[in-house]
Design a protein around this ligand. Structure first.
Ligand SMILES: [Cu+2]
Length: 653
């Protein structure tokens, strides 16, 4: 087993630079030069993805002993004239390409959507005579006022689609440049666009519904009404500054330590999360991220049966991250980190203030007024927040990781932005909600998959499923009040595809098979899931095969450096079977192993009128709580809030 020491920011200067440090602009450019010298870049080459090719866990852990793994970048390259796509790894250390593979569209699907595709599809549909004629029949003759959304196509086994790099295009009317286009969907008409041939190769023109006319432009006082004047200021101040230290992307706060990373695809990544327990640096999670998500829509009509977007693997939500603004997006004492991603040309682009770090008061931590000894004590909870926000088309997602004083870790996703809209077909339509006159919002799911590469007190971990139950009246339980837990070890990958069971308060506990607390119990962290539906699409549906990760709340796999994305490395137009089904095909043993949890969560969303024209934040997520990780409540040393009135000391008088 590898040594599990995790170093703090004050690393001795003798160590090489950390292998998980953010990729710099210079490094992206150096990788680009090596690719060019290897003849892999032409005028027609675009970078669909470009980021750090993370070394293996063992290599990263060996860094603390002075070893420096190869520094490598991975690029998905596409020739936009021929469509030929490559998955290439380039070593900056060695100055050479170390692997490359040409994708087979039939089995690999396509590389992600490019920045240029948005502009391109609008030009293509605007120029298409069939599409123009279909718009003219709907009374829309000024195509300059029609916006086109490039929507990932999925994979439906249609021969004419399988080798094409394509998107499906739905359109919206924008009467003036400030108007909110989502208020005016042109329904029943879909252009299937070949991005390589740069043409509409099929037009689906199935029905014609009136284009909803009411403005949804919430920037317009005529829509929003005059601003209210009743809200008094709330100010958050920390006169002595925040309690965390952020140095070279390593964040330290109240015993917690973690490294912050950022990837063009996954967005925020957290590394080497550990807890300092009386001077002992104890690892908890080696790497945490949201590895994939899918938003499957539930309207079976011809114009939108295919709507299901993998916002991470198809659109790369990391590179769509927002620059956050102090006082607007974040209140108080904020530390920001910039993120460096690249554009279609592989040129570095800095997203200023992409990651927000701050500390929050979070109400009561613990409190007791004792009946017998008169002690009345209160302590305030705090949490450290690491977050970013991204806008993927109509939706906006905020990803928040919380670290609490008591050892709890929480992940919360905030969903906001604009509902995807349709023309509402009429009373009682079961697959959409009428949210404004004639305007529909199809029902859908948001299914996120967190990848939690666990390391509870080291790499020897096991996972138990824990259910609670009541016992029937009988011997040993004469009055029928007995409660107990049922603990089942998830011993193999084939047994570890699990669903939440709220009626059993089901949780999953990752325990160390090497470390124990003072009571002799294995040290552990327990995953508390929400219990929303998993993927509702039919088990025989094409989507089911592509979004297999979303068919259970939990999967457990044995660590493998190449298993990074829950739906596979390539999901755009992928026929299915990638990711989790491939990872567990070997049915590896999990007991006492180096394991990764894959946790699917998120809402099934039947929209409400109150979510139009812009959606108040809806939340989902999960919690990890230390369970026997500490010997007792680890927050007894948290002092009472300043001021004598907060702690009634009963022992002095
Ligand atoms: Cu939704």
């Amino acid at each position: 087993m590898t040594d599990t020491v995790v170093r703090s920011a004050d690393t001795p200067a003798s160590l090489p630079a950390h292998p998980l440090r953010a990729v710099s602009a210079e490094e992206f450019l150096a990788g680009r030069r090596i690719l060019a010298e290897a003849g892999l870049l032409s005028q027609q080459t675009r970078f669909a993805y470009y980021g750090l090719d993370e070394p293996s866990k063992d290599e990263v852990l060996a860094w603390a002993a002075g070893a420096a793994p190869d520094r490598a970048l991975r690029a998905f390259l596409i020739n936009v004239l021929s469509g030929e796509s490559r998955d290439v790894v380039v070593s900056l250390t060695r100055g050479q390409v170390i692997s490359q593979r040409t994708l087979d569209p039939l089995t690999d699907g396509q590389v992600p959507i490019l920045d240029q595709d948005l502009e391109l599809v609008e030009e293509i549909v605007h120029a298409d005579p069939g599409w123009r004629a279909a718009m003219a029949r709907r009374g829309l003759t000024d195509v300059a006022k029609i916006r086109a959304a490039p929507l990932t196509a999925g994979s439906y086994g249609v021969a004419d689609e399988q080798r094409r790099r394509m998107v499906r295009v739905l359109s919206f009317v924008q009467p003036d440049e400030h108007d909110l286009v989502w208020a005016h969907p042109v329904d029943g008409l879909v252009a299937y666009v070949d991005l390589i041939e740069r043409r509409v190769f099929r037009l689906i023109d199935e029905f014609d519904l009136p284009i909803p006319g009411e403005s949804g432009n919430y920037d317009d006082p005529a829509v929003s009404g005059p601003p209210r004047t009743t809200l008094k200021p709330i100010e958050i101040t920390q006169p002595e500054g925040p309690s965390f230290v952020l140095r070279d992307n390593v964040l330290e706060w109240e015993n917690w330590s973690l490294r912050i990373g950022f990837d063009a695809r996954e967005g925020l990544t957290l590394h080497q999360i550990s807890f300092d327990d009386g001077g002992r640096r104890r690892p908890v999670i080696y790497r945490a991220s949201i590895s994939e998500m899918v938003v499957p829509y539930g309207d079976p009509g011809p114009a939108r049966f295919w709507q299901s977007y993998f916002d991470i693997g198809e659109y790369l939500m990391g590179k769509l991250a927002n620059s956050l603004e102090l006082g607007c997006d974040c209140l108080g004492e904020i530390a920001y980190l910039d993120a460096t991603v690249t554009d279609d040309q592989g040129e570095p682009r800095v997203i200023r203030n992409a990651i927000c770090v701050h500390e929050e008061d979070f109400g009561i931590l613990w409190k007791h007024t004792d009946l017998f000894n008169g002690s009345a004590q209160s302590r305030r909870q705090r949490r450290l927040v690491v977050s970013f926000f991204t806008a993927v088309g109509n939706y906006d997602y905020g990803f928040y990781w919380y670290f609490y004083l008591d050892g709890t870790i929480e992940c919360e996703v905030k969903l906001t932005g604009i509902l995807f809209t349709s023309a509402y077909p009429g009373d009682g339509y079961p697959h959409a909600t009428e949210i404004a006159p004639g305007l529909g919002a199809p029902s859908h799911q948001h299914l996120f998959c967190a990848r939690l590469d666990m390391m509870v007190d080291g790499q020897a971990n096991s996972v138990d499923e824990i259910d609670v139950h009541g016992l029937p009246t009988g011997p040993g339980n004469p009055y029928g009040n007995a409660l107990a837990q049922r603990v089942t070890r998830l011993a193999r990958e084939s047994e570890a595809g699990r669903r939440a069971a709220p009626e059993k308060a089901r949780t999953w506990r990752v325990i160390s098979t090497a470390a124990a607390n003072r009571l002799g119990q294995p040290t552990g962290f327990t995953l508390y899931p929400e219990a929303n539906p998993t993927l509702l699409a039919d088990p025989g549906s094409p989507l089911h095969a592509r979004a297999a990760f979303a068919t259970n709340h939990l999967w457990v796999t044995r660590y493998d450096r190449t298993h990074r994305h829950a739906a596979g490395d390539f999901i755009n137009q992928h026929p299915g079977g990638g990711g989790i089904p491939a990872f567990i095909a070997g049915d590896r043993d999990l007991d006492g192993a180096d394991i990764v949890l894959w946790h699917t969560f998120g809402p099934t969303h039947f929209p409400r009128p109150e979510e139009w024209p812009v959606m108040p934040v809806s939340r989902c997520g999960f919690t990890l709580k230390p369970t026997g990780f500490f010997d007792r409540n680890p927050t007894l040393d948290v002092p009472p809030p300043p001021g004598e009135h907060c702690a009634a000391d009963t022992h002095s008088g």
